[in-house]
Design a protein around this ligand. Structure first.
Ligand code: FAD
Ligand code: SF4
Ligand code: SF4
Length: 1016
C-alpha cells in the first residue's frame, strides 16, 4: 500500500500572513494555496521549475489595486509576485518562488470596441484567438500572431512583445498597443498612451511614483538617445527588456510610456487592460508551398520569396515535416503538401499573399509561379516543386500544422527531448542561411538532434536541440551551447532572444546592452519597483538591490524528475513527457481539447496540470522508497498489503482532515471526463485517462472507494440482468423516493432508463443469424464474408436499443447478414474507475472471444465510439501481445467501403453531424467518412464543430459532477443544438444523445438511423 505523502514545501510565514489579510480584505478574486495549485503553475514551456507560495487570481483592476496596496504595507515588503497569463513562456518568464498573480481565469472580458476608430479594449487575460473570434464578424483582427494564439493572453503578449508569422507586415504587439492600464506595486493605477512630450514633461513634475516614472524614462530615453539607436539592432523583432528606442518618435515630439511596459516581462507592473488597434481582415489569401531538396536551399531561397512581395514566408525542415506526418494533423494537410515523385522533400517555405482585392494576389502569384516553374525545370535554388492553396479553410489547416510544430518536436522518441533555451534566435534575414549553417555545425559538434522551422522573412528560426535534462551532464551542455549561441547571434548581428523574451536568459542582458545602457534599465526598474518585487530576477534588478538575476543554471525540472527511477519514468512516459506548451489550455469551446479545464478554468484540471501532479506524486513516492511499478504489479498479482480495514481507517482519517498529497492528485483526477482528447490532440499524446486509471488503482488500495465506483464498474454485469425486467427497473429508478435515495447514498443522478422493449424485440423480423459458433465455423469463407457481427456494448444495447436495432436493419438492407453477438463485457467502465485488475481479466475474456471471430474473417462492428476505441487503445496497453489482432470497426469505418442501393427520392433533410469527441480526435477522417457515406445516398451532412457534450459515460450522472457536466454542455453544445431542427441532428455517441435528451428534451438519431430511413 502506498504511504501517506506529506513532504510538501510549506508556505512561508510572511506569505501566510499576507494571504490571510488579503482574504479578509475586499479582494474578490481567488486565493489558492493548495500544493496542487501551486505546483500547477511551477512550470511553463521551459526547462525550469519554481514552486510559488500561492496563486492569486484577481477578478478586476480593483482587485489588483487591493493586492498591491496591501503588499505596500511595511510588514509585507519581502513579498514578491509574478504576473501570469497563459503560462506559455519558453524561458521561465512567469515562474516565481513568490506569489503568482494569474489574470487569465477571471480578467478575460472584451471591454469596448470601436470599429469606426479601429480599436478594441480588453482585459489582460483575454486570449488572442478569443479576441480574434470576437472581431471576425466585424471584419477585423488583432494582427500580431503567435503559435500559441489559442491560449496565450494579451497580457502575456504585451509583456513579451509577441509576434510571429506575418511580422514583416503586421509587426509586433507593441506596434498595436494604443494604451495600457497597469497597476504599480505601490497600488497606483498607471494609464499610458501616446502623448506630446510637453505633456509627459508636465506629468514628470508631479511628486508621485508616476511622476518619478515619467521623469526617469524621459531622462534615460532623451539623454541616451544616440547610444540607444546605436545599440538596439535594426531587426523586425524586439529584444525584450525596456524598449528605450520607441518611447519617443523620431523627432522626439511624442512620448509613449506604454513602450516601456511592452516587452518588460512582467518586471515593472501588472497590466490590467489594453487598448489595441485592430486591422481589417484581408479577405483574399493564397499560399504557395515551395518544396526544396534541402533545408539550406529553403533558407537561401527565402529572400527571393520575400522580394516577391509576400505577406509572410515561413519555413519548416524535413524533421518537423516527418513528425507532422506521424501526427493526426497530417490527415488534414497531406493533400496540400504532397511529395514530389522521385525527389526527397527536405524543406518547405510557406509563402502567403493576402490582399483586399483578389486581382492583387493574382498578379503577384502569376509572377512568382512563372519564376518557380523555371526554377523547378532547371533545379535552380534546390526547388523541386510547389503547390498553391487558395481556399481559406485549407490555408487554416496548413497554419494549424505549422503552429503545432513545436509540440510535435516534443514527441521525439527517447530520453532526449527537444528543449527551449536557444529556440528563437533572430538575425538579419540576409544573414540567416549562413548563421543557420554555423548554428547547425555547433549542434552537430555536440551530436545533437534537432528540428528547425520559423519565420525566415524576419530572420527568426526556431531550434530546439534534444537534450536529456534528467542527466546533469547535459545541463552543462545546455549552458555551453547557450553561451555559444549568444556569441554566434552577435557575430551575425542578431539576438539570442528574438521572439520569446529572456526569462532565465536575463543574465545575458548586461553583456548585450552594455554597462551604461543596462544601468539605465536598472534605473527604470528602480522607479517602478524599487524593492525588486515584481518578477524579480527577470530583465534587471533595481539599482539599490544586490539580488541576482535569474540564471540559465537555475533549478530545472530535470532536477526533480531525476529523483524518479528510470523504469517508472518509462512506464508513465506520457506524464513525464508533457513539456508544458499549453496546447491543452485551448480557449475554443468548440474544440474537444480538455472540457474539464474549460469548465473550471483551473490549471490543475488540465492535461498539463494532471501530468505535472502525477510526476510530483511519483517523485514523492520515490523519495519514500516506493517504486510505482512494483506497487502496481503487487496489486495486479493480489500480493499487496491493502486490507478492507486499513482502507476504511485511512478513509476515516481523510474525512477527519488528515493531509495526504495523494488527495490533491485525486481531486484533479476526479474532474477528468476521460474523454481522451488529450491522448490524441496533445502533441505529446499525454494520455491522462491512462495514467489516471493507474493512479486510482493505487490510491484506492490505500483509501476505501465510494460505492458508486463499484456500481459503475459492475454496470456491464448488472445491465443484462436488469434488462430482463426493464419496466420494473425503470419504474423503480424513476420514482422520486428512489431517485432521492440513489442520489444520497450512491451520489448518482438521472439514472438512465432501460430500453423498452429490449433489443431482441426491437430487431423484429429482420433476417439475423443466430449466434452459433460451430455453425459459423462450418460456413465457407465466401459465406462468412457476407456476415457482419455486431459487438454489443452495454450502453447502446440496454439503454439505447433502437439504435442497435436500426443498425442491424441497415446492415441487412445493405445485403449483409447481421449477427448480434452475445453480450460480452468490454471493461471500459472498470478502466475509467481504475479497477485495472478486473479490467485486464474482462479484456482478456473479450479479446479471446473476438479473436475467434477475427480468425474466421468475420467483419466485427460496434456502435459506441468510446467502447470500440477501448478495444484499440486500453486493450493494447493492458494485454500487449495477448490482445491479438481482432479489429472492431466503428459504423462509419465499415460503411465507407460498402455499396448503397440507389435512392430515387431527393433527400430534403440537411443533416448535421455532432460526432463523439473521442472518435473524431482519435480518427481524423471521421467527418470526411460520414460525409462520403451520406453522399452515397444523395444526402448532405455537415459536421458541426463541438467539443465534449459533458456526459462522458457516467461522469454526467455523478452528482458531484452534475453542475460541470451541464455547464460543459451549455458551453459547447447547447447553442448549436438549438440552431438546428431535432430531426437534422445526428450524434454518434450514446453519452451525447443522452445529454441532449436530458438538457434539450429530445434524443438525436445516430447516423445509421438516418441512413436506414433514407434507404427505406
Ligand atoms: C509552442 C510555443 C510556441 C510559441 N510561439 C511563439 C510565437 O510564435 N511568437 C511569440 O511571440 N511567442 C511565442 N511563444 C512564447 C509565448 O507563447 C509568448 O511569449 C506569449 O506572449 C506568452 O503569453 P502568455 O499569456 O502565455 O504569458 P505568460 O507566459 O503567462 O507570461 C509571459 C510574460 O508576461 C508576463 N505577464 C503575463 N501577463 C501579464 C500581465 N497581465 N501583466 C504583467 N505581466 C504579465 C509574465 O510575468 C511573463 O514575464 C511560444 C511558446 C510556445 C510554448
Ligand atoms: S499536456 Fe500536452 S498539450 Fe498540455 S502542456 Fe502538456 S504536452 Fe502540451
Ligand atoms: S481525458 Fe479529457 S477531460 Fe481528461 S484530461 Fe484529457 S482532455 Fe481533459
Amino acid at each position: 500500500m502506498i504511504p501517506r505523502l506529506t513532504a510538501v514545501d510549506a508556505i512561508e510565514k510572511i506569505y501566510l500572513e499576507f494571504l490571510n489579510e488579503l482574504d479578509k480584505s475586499d479582494f474578490s478574486g481567488d486565493i489558492e494555496t493548495s500544493y496542487a495549485s501551486r505546483f500547477s503553475v511551477s512550470t511553463d514551456n521551459s526547462v525550469y521549475q519554481a514552486l510559488p507560495q500561492a496563486v492569486v487570481l484577481p477578478k478586476s483592476t480593483d482587485d489588483l489595486v487591493i493586492l498591491t496596496k496591501l503588499a505596500s504595507k511595511p510588514q509585507y515588503q519581502a513579498v514578491k509576485f509574478s504576473p501570469r497569463g497563459g503560462g506559455t513562456g519558453t524561458n521561465g518568464q512567469s515562474l516565481t518562488t513568490g506569489i503568482v498573480v494569474d489574470v487569465s481565469r477571471h480578467m478575460n472580458q472584451i471591454l469596448d470596441f470601436n470599429a469606426r476608430e479601429g480599436w478594441v479594449k480588453v482585459q489582460a487575460g483575454v486570449v488572442k484567438d478569443q479576441l480574434n473570434a470576437f472581431l471576425k464578424p466585424h471584419g477585423y483582427f488583432f494582427a500580431p500572431d503567435l503559435s500559441t494564439s489559442n491560449r496565450a493572453t494579451i497580457g502575456g503578449m504585451v509583456n513579451t512583445d509577441a509576434s510571429g508569422q506575418g511580422s514583416l507586415v503586421y509587426g509586433k504587439t507593441s506596434d498595436h498597443v494604443l494604451g495600457l492600464t497597469s497597476v504599480l506595486l505601490s497600488g497606483e493605477v498607471l494609464t499610458t498612451e501616446k502623448t506630446s512630450t510637453t505633456n509627459a514633461e508636465k506629468i514628470a513634475q508631479q511628486d508621485t511614483n508616476i511622476g518619478h516614472v515619467y521623469r526617469q524614462v524621459l531622462a534615460t530615453c532623451r539623454e541616451k538617445r544616440s547610444q540607444i539607436l546605436d545599440k538596439f539592432p535594426r531587426l523586425n523583432r524586439f529584444l525584450t527588456g525596456y524598449d528605450l528606442e520607441h518611447v519617443f518618435n523620431d523627432d522626439l515630439t511624442e512620448f509613449d510610456l506604454s513602450r516601456i511596459i511592452t516587452g518588460s516581462e512582467g518586471s515593472l507592473a501588472f497590466v490590467a487592460e489594453a487598448k489595441l488597434n485592430i486591422t481589417p481582415i484581408a479577405p483574399y489569401k493564397t499560399l504557395v508551398n515551395v518544396k526544396y531538396d534541402s533545408f539550406e536551399s529553403a533558407l537561401r531561397n527565402a529572400p527571393f520569396l520575400v522580394e516577391a512581395n509576400a505577406t509572410s514566408v515561413e519555413t519548416i525542415d524535413s524533421k518537423v515535416l516527418n513528425l507532422a506526418r506521424e501526427d493526426i494533423i497530417w490527415e488534414s494537410v497531406k493533400h496540400l503538401i504532397e511529395d514530389v515523385p522521385g525527389k526527397t522533400l527536405e524543406g518547405i517555405n510557406i509563402v502567403e499573399f493576402n490582399a483586399v482585392e483578389q486581382a492583387e494576389i493574382d498578379y503577384k502569384l502569376e509572377q512568382l509561379t512563372e519564376r518557380l516553374e523555371q526554377m523547378v525545370s532547371t533545379g535552380e535554388g534546390g526547388i523541386i516543386g510547389y503547390q498553391v492553396t487558395t481556399d481559406l479553410p485549407s490555408i487554416g489547416l496548413i497554419y494549424e500544422m505549422r503552429k503545432k510544430a513545436v509540440g510535435l518536436l516534443g514527441n521525439t522518441k527517447g530520453s532526449k527531448k527537444p528543449i527551449a533555451f536557444a529556440e528563437d534566435t533572430a538575425v538579419p534575414p540576409e544573414n540567416l542561411a549562413d548563421f543557420i549553417m554555423e548554428f547547425r555545425e555547433l549542434l552537430d559538434s555536440y551530436q545533437l538532434n534537432y528540428g528547425m522551422f520559423g519565420h525566415v522573412d524576419a530572420g527568426v528560426l526556431h531550434v530546439r536541440p534534444a537534450l536529456d535534462m534528467n542527466d546533469p551532464e547535459q545541463e552543462v551542455i545546455l549552458r555551453q551551447i547557450s553561451d555559444k549561441v549568444v556569441a554566434l547571434t552577435a557575430k551575425y548581428g542578431g539576438l539570442m532572444w528574438g521572439e520569446h523574451g529572456k526569462g532565465y536568459r536575463s543574465e545575458y542582458g548586461p553583456e548585450f546592452f552594455g554597462e551604461s545602457l543596462f544601468l539605465e534599465l536598472r534605473k527604470i526598474k528602480s522607479v517602478f519597483d524599487p524593492l525588486n518585487r515584481v518578477n524579480p530576477g527577470k530583465i534587471c534588478t533595481p539599482i539599490s538591490s544586490d539580488e541576482k538575476l535569474v540564471s540559465v543554471d537555475d533549478t530545472k525540472r530535470g532536477y526533480f524528475d531525476r529523483q524518479i527511477p528510470v523504469e517508472v519514468k518509462e512506464s508513465v512516459e506520457t506524464a513525464m513527457n508533457c513539456n508544458g506548451n499549453g496546447l491543452c489550455f485551448n480557449w475554443d469551446a468548440s474544440s474537444p481539447m480538455c472540457p474539464s479545464y474549460k469548465v473550471t478554468r483551473d490549471r490543475r484540471h488540465s492535461p498539463k496540470g494532471r501530468a505535472g501532479l502525477m510526476r510530483e506524486w511519483l517523485r514523492q513516492l520515490s523519495n519514500q522508497g516506493i517504486d510505482f511499478n512494483d506497487e502496481e504489479k503487487a496489486i495486479l498479482k493480489g500480493d499487496d498489503d491493502s486490507s478492507w480495514f486499513a482502507r476504511r481507517r485511512n478513509k476515516k482519517k481523510k474525512n477527519q482532515g488528515e493531509y495526504d498529497y495523494s488527495h490533491e492528485v485525486m481531486e484533479a483526477m476526479d474532474e477528468c471526463l476521460a474523454c481522451k482528447a488529450c491522448s490524441s490532440q496533445c502533441p505529446i499524446k499525454v494520455d491522462v485517462p491512462g495514467f489516471r486509471a493507474r493512479f486510482l488503482q493505487l490510491y484506492y488500495a490505500r483509501y476505501a472507494r465510494p460505492l458508486k465506483d463499484y456500481l459503475v464498474a459492475s454496470i456491464e454485469n448488472s445491465a443484462p440482468l436488469m434488462a430482463k425486467a426493464p419496466r420494473l427497473f425503470n419504474f423503480l429508478v424513476d420514482s422520486a423516493p428512489l431517485k432521492a435515495l440513489i442520489k444520497k447514498t450512491v451520489g448518482y443522478v438521472d439514472t438512465p432508463l432501460l430500453s423498452v422493449p429490449p433489443l431482441h424485440k426491437q430487431v423484429g423480423d429482420v433476417n439475423v443469424l443466430d449466434w452459433d459458433l460451430a455453425r459459423i465455423q462450418q460456413m465457407s469463407e465466401a459465406q462468412r464474408l457476407k456476415l457482419v457481427a455486431i459487438v454489443q456494448d452495454p450502453f447502446t444495447s440496454f439503454y439505447d436499443a433502437d439504435v442497435v436495432a436500426d443498425w442491424v436493419k441497415l446492415i441487412a438492407k445493405l445485403g449483409y447478414t447481421p449477427i448480434i453477438l452475445p453480450f460480452v463485457p468490454n471493461g471500459k467502465p472498470q478502466h475509467v474507475k481504475g479497477f485495472l485488475k478486473r479490467f485486464a481479466q474482462t479484456a482478456k475474456t473479450a479479446a479471446d472471444f473476438l479473436n475467434q471471430l477475427d480468425e474466421l474473417k468475420i467483419t466485427l462492428v460496434g456502435t459506441d465510439p468510446s467502447l470500440v476505441l477501448c478495444y484499440r487503445d486500453e486493450y493494447q496497453k493492458a494485454l500487449g501481445e495477448q490482445r491479438g489482432d481482432f479489429n472492431v470497426l466503428l459504423p462509419h469505418e465499415w460503411l465507407k467501403d460498402v455499396a448503397f442501393p440507389a435512392v430515387s427520392e431527393t433527400v430534403q433533410t440537411q443533416y448535421k453531424l455532432f460526432s463523439h469527441c473521442s472518435e473524431k480526435t482519435a480518427i481524423a477522417s471521421t467527418h470526411k467518412d460520414w460525409q462520403s457515406i451520406f453522399a452515397k445516398v444523395g444526402a448532405q451532412l455537415t459536421p458541426v464543430a463541438v467539443g465534449c457534450c459533458g456526459m462522458a459515460g457516467t461522469y454526467g450522472h455523478e452528482a458531484s459532477h452534475l453542475d460541470n457536466s451541464k455547464q460543459i454542455y451549455q458551453m459547447s453544445w447547447a447553442d448549436k443544438v438549438k440552431q438546428n431542427k431535432p430531426e437534422e441532428i445526428l450524434a454518434t455517441g450514446y453519452s451525447c444523445r443522452s445529454q441532449v435528451k436530458r438538457e434539450d428534451g429530445f434524443k438525436p438519431q445516430h447516423p445509421v438511423q438516418a441512413l436506414l430511413k433514407i434507404i427505406q
